[in-house]
Design a binder for this molecule. Structure first.
Ligand SMILES: [Zn+2]
Length: 127
């Protein structure tokens, strides 16, 4: 599943950077044209974070809109439906995507409490 590996990579990146610090909130930015199903990411996140410093983290997903430009008439437009990549000006399908394919960790919020001695064996097994 596409979303599983993406979510896993995001969680691993956060653990790499934050170590055993308990994470309270994770905000992911997912472009509407990335092809990623947000509900699947949420589901995978719940599964993956079990037993990691992210286990109590709330997942926020910010969906960023898509933008594209027509190569034919140079019109720039907002893409609302990723399945329909057509220029609204001339109907041409030869469009260049400018934005909306991004998928990144926007922010990570850590717990505001005194950290207990870190439990080292909270990293998920690789693979
Ligand atoms: Zn056009």
């Amino acid at each position: 599943m596409h979303e599983l590996s993406i979510t896993q990579a995001a969680v691993e990146t956060i653990i790499e950077r934050m170590g055993a610090t308990p994470i309270r909130r994770v905000t992911l930015e997912i472009g509407v044209l990335s092809g990623v199903v947000v509900d699947s990411v949420r589901f995978c996140f719940e599964v993956i974070v079990a037993g990691t410093p992210l286990r109590d983290a709330v997942l926020d997903v910010v969906e960023t809109p898509g933008r594209a430009a027509c190569r034919d008439c140079t019109l720039e437009f907002v893409v609302e439906d990723p399945r329909i990549l057509l220029c609204p000006g001339c109907g041409d399908a030869d469009v260049r995507v400018l934005a909306g394919r991004e998928l990144r960790i926007k922010s990570v919020e850590v717990e505001n409490v005194c950290a207990r001695p870190a439990v080292a064996r909270t990293r998920p097994e690789p693979g």
